[in-house]
Design a protein around this ligand. Structure first.
Ligand SMILES: [Zn+2]
Ligand SMILES: [Zn+2]
Length: 268
């Protein structure tokens, strides 16, 4: 049993694909011994129907902060998809709400088309095209930089291998991944360790171990833990495994975010 469990990537029913209410997530957090949760509902810049719920979630949060005061730390977060491609739309939400944590994500391959919705069995779908574009987008997002933590770097593998069982090698993209990590370190951004791959057939963290190691070697020390739960029972799922991976690399701390600043917690 690990202490200091803080889940920095959690969806509620305010996300289009979320299944549990904020109330259910809070109740689960307390019973699971989780000390804090950052609610990070989707705000997908290129998918209008996937950015409707964030403001509702933020409006609902004070009630639960009050109800769980002293027992559970609740963060005002957002999972901002493709912000670098739609900077004005991103600024609109960032400028009009106060956040504890902004997750920067790349989900789509072309406008409005989530990589998770692509049929990789189709012969015209080229895995290399999708990975190339994906890692380029992550780099561009890091240059843009209007987020705190880069979420699930390596996201397409959750589908390409996790769902379609097509083996993936990141070797051709090593340079751009390295450049992205370097930028994250230089600009003081965090890197998320997303554990959803353990529940979705991938069987490992996102990013993979080699990328986490590289971030550490480059001087990166700000890692957050995110289950990417879309239902309460997945809260903090597989955090014990992820924490052991981090300590194995050399990390001594992980972070949660308060008012967009990392707060370091000991990995114990
Ligand atoms: Zn995501
Ligand atoms: Zn998510």
């Amino acid at each position: 049993m690990k202490l200091n469990l803080f889940d920095s990537h959690v969806h509620t029913s305010h996300s289009h694909d979320g299944q549990s209410t904020m109330e259910e997530v809070c109740a689960q957090a307390v019973s699971r011994g989780v000390m804090g949760v950052a609610f990070t509902d989707h705000y997908e810049c290129d998918i209008p129907e996937q950015r409707l719920g964030v403001r509702d979630a933020l409006a609902e949060l004070p009630r639960f902060r009050q109800q769980y005061q002293g027992r559970l730390r609740l963060g005002r977060g957002i999972e901002l998809g493709q912000g670098h491609l739609y900077p004005e739309m991103a600024e609109e939400i960032l400028g009009s709400e106060e956040f504890d944590l902004v997750l920067g994500s790349v989900h789509t391959y072309s406008p409005g088309v989530d990589i998770g919705a692509i049929n990789f069995n189709k012969p015209e779908v080229k895995v290399s095209d999708i990975l190339e574009k994906y890692f380029r987008d992550c780099y561009d997002m890091a240059v843009w930089g209007r987020f705190d933590v880069m979420a699930h770097l390596g996201y397409p593998e959750r589908y390409i291998w996790g769902k379609y069982r097509i083996p993936v090698s990141f070797a051709p993209y090593e340079d751009i991944i390295q450049a992205t990590l370097k930028l994250l370190v230089e600009t003081g951004k965090g890197l998320e360790v997303n554990t959803s791959g353990y529940r979705q057939g991938l069987g490992k963290t996102i990013p993979i171990l080699a990328i986490l190691k590289r971030y550490y070697q480059l001087g990166g020390r700000i890692v957050t833990l995110g289950s990417d739960a879309h239902r309460a029972e997945d809260l903090a799922a597989d955090f014990e495994v992820a924490m052991d991976i981090l300590t194995g690399i050399g990390f001594e701390y992980f972070a949660f975010y308060r008012e967009r600043q990392p707060v370091m917690l000991k990995l114990i």
